[in-house]
Design a protein. Structure first.
Length: 607
């Protein structure tokens, strides 16, 4: 036995309806707070050291005074008494230089200990923050997985189980709709009969998927170039009469002649063809015999006995009366004989078949296609009426391209299906002619894209303009930020400068005089010489140390959820004209949430 086509779904689906996802909001615990130890002892030591440094000048002068006092007392009064100011001078010296140095060292040591304590505290705080963030991430991931398991697109289908009419759409949209609907019904154990009259191969995706999953399939393409099929296989003379007469009349609705007479005439002709299975080729030869167009030597596949029975079937008067009718029937049968053969067209005999497909070939011109279209419809109706679609499981008949069939025939087909407990699905490309007359006569109704304004107007009126179809989208953001900073700085400085200058200065001046009578040279003037030397040396050491330590830690958290309404509209014709190829509006009188906005895109089933 073949394995199941797909896993059984909980609900019948003709598409998917968007319900949205749950917003991921995780209840959070309070984040850890850093506990930086306050530098209380360090501040006290630094205060004492600063006070000792400020007192150094006073203590220095006091120490100098004590040293002088020690010398004076030791020389003038008594050396033993001089020990008192000497001790005071020593104490003051320790206070000037010893105590500040001890305080500085104690401050530096205390500062190092405080820094080490801060580092260990911050390390522990960072571990706590990491643990808190990991716990938050784990809970968010768990919640996200739970939300992701909930599908935002949920299956949607009609509540009613007898008849569904679909109006509008394109070939691509019908392929998606038949794939979604057919796979759901077949996975639940249903058995489908699909009559594809569109010449667009709209059943091909469902056929391919069923074949890939090993489902039992029977399919036939009419006409089939590889095998000339005989659509009349297994039909009785009465059924052939009805099928041929109804099929030819539906293809030529302007004819006013009685269909009952045509059916009776075809039945009588078929009853004469008992020596071999009835085919359209043999049926055409039989009509030619009635019209006196064949001699016994030109009878072809007819036997001599059949030829004789056909020649004696009608009297001359009756033949002349029915000659126009015979010509019309012969012309139609001749066209059908050109595209059919004698190979049996099976597909109805096995009760375990999950999918039966009878498809009209896209290669045929419209005149021949119209004849075959009505012929296949009539054959399907006869097969169902005689109970050939029986057995276990739900049974569904789908007619794709029902626009070509007149309203009375569709209503009769619907009545036959209801009597036999079969669900009927009718797919109309347009909402006009017989489709308008049938609107609302079934149970659930689906509207796909209707590009024609008049058709969209009729659909919007049927749905009800007071209804509103709403779809929303939402955005969600969640952020957590944790920051920690620690800084420490120490500065020290030392400066020294020295300058020397040496200078020598010399000046000399001479003067010579000459007399008028007695002229002689003599020297007069002054000569000065000097030397100047200066030396300046300055030196100093400035030392400073400053310590600045700061530590800060903070955690910020924000959560925002925003909803944006993207579609909210009443049902207007423009809405139906602008639907995507796979979108549909479903109206079901038994569904309290009707009408529903759905989509049959197969990719949505995996989202």
């Amino acid at each position: 036995m073949a394995e199941p086509m797909v896993a059984t779904r909980e609900a019948e689906q003709w598409g998917w309806e968007y319900r949205g996802r749950e917003v991921v909001v995780v209840e959070q615990q309070d984040p850890p707070v850093p506990a930086v130890p306050p530098p209380t002892e360090l501040a006290a030591l630094e205060t004492k050291r600063a006070a000792a440094v400020r007192m150094r000048p006073v203590l220095t002068w006091t120490m100098v005074a004590a040293v002088i006092a020690t010398g004076v007392v030791g020389v003038v009064v008594d050396p033993l008494i001089a020990l008192v100011p000497a001790v005071v001078a020593i104490g003051l010296g320790w206070l000037c230089w010893g105590r500040p140095e001890l305080l500085r060292r104690a401050t530096a040591k205390e500062h190092q200990l405080w820094l080490a304590h801060c580092v260990s505290t911050m390390a522990r705080f960072e571990r706590d923050v990491q643990a808190w963030q990991q716990d938050l991430s784990d809970r968010e991931q768990t919640k996200s997985l739970q939300v992701s398991a909930v599908r935002p697109w949920v299956p949607v289908g009609p509540v009613t189980k007898e008849r569904v009419d679909l109006y509008g759409g394109t070939a691509a949209g019908w392929r998606a709709a038949l794939l979604a609907m057919g796979s759901s019904l077949m996975s639940a154990g249903g058995r489908l009969v699909v009559l594809d009259l569109t010449q667009d191969s709209v059943i091909e995706p469902l056929h391919r998927m069923a074949s890939d999953h090993g489902a039992p399939i029977r399919s036939a393409v009419v006409p089939d170039e590889a095998r000339s099929l005989n659509p009349l296989t297994g039909l009785s003379a009465d059924e052939i009469g009805v099928v041929v007469a109804e099929g030819l009349r539906a293809a030529e609705p302007e004819q006013s002649e009685s269909r009952g007479v045509d059916a009776t005439l075809v039945q009588q002709v078929v009853e004469c063809l008992t020596d071999a299975p009835v085919t359209f080729t043999r049926l055409h030869l039989a009509f030619q015999v009635l019209l006196r167009q064949l001699t016994p030597d030109q009878r072809g596949s007819l036997t001599r006995a059949e030829y004789t029975r056909l020649s004696d079937l009608l009297s001359e008067a009756a033949r002349r009366t029915a000659e126009a009718r015979l010509f019309r029937l012969a012309a139609g049968v001749q066209r059908l004989a050109a595209v059919t053969g004698d190979a049996p067209m099976d597909g109805w005999e096995d009760d375990d078949v999950s999918l039966r497909v009878f498809e009209l070939s896209h290669r045929e011109p419209e005149l021949t296609a119209s004849l075959l279209r009505h012929l296949l419809f009539q054959i399907t109706m006869v097969r169902i009426q005689r109970g050939q679609l029986s057995g276990r499981g739900e049974r569904i008949v789908v007619i794709a391209g029902a626009d070509a069939v007149a309203r009375p025939e569709l209503e009769r087909f619907d009545s036959i299906c209801r009597r036999n407990g079969i669900r009927l699905v009718l797919l109309f490309a347009h909402l006009r002619d017989s489709a308008v007359e049938l609107l609302g006569g079934g149970d659930a109704v689906l509207f796909m894209r209707l590009g024609n304004a008049k058709e969209a107007e009729q659909a919007a009126t049927f749905i009800g303009r007071q209804h509103r179809l709403v779809a929303s989208q939402f955005t969600y953001s969640h952020g957590t930020n944790t920051s920690t900073s620690t800084s420490d700085s120490t500065t020290r400085g030392n400066s020294s400068s020295t300058s020397d200058s040496v200078g020598v200065q010399t000046s000399d001046s001479r003067q010579a005089t000459f007399g008028l009578l007695f002229s002689r040279r003599h020297r007069s003037g002054s000569k000065t010489s000097g030397e100047q030397s200066s030396s300046s040396t300055t030196g100093g050491t400035s030392w400073s140390e400053s310590t600045s330590t700061s530590a800060s830690s903070g955690t910020t958290e924000s959560t925002s959820v925003g909803y944006q309404r993207t579609y909210e509209y009443s049902v207007e014709p423009t809405v139906l004209q602008g639907l995507s190829p796979t979108a549909f509006v479903m109206v079901d009188p038994l569904d309290p949430a009707s009408p529903r906005l759905g989509d049959c895109d197969p990719r949505l089933g995996a989202s």
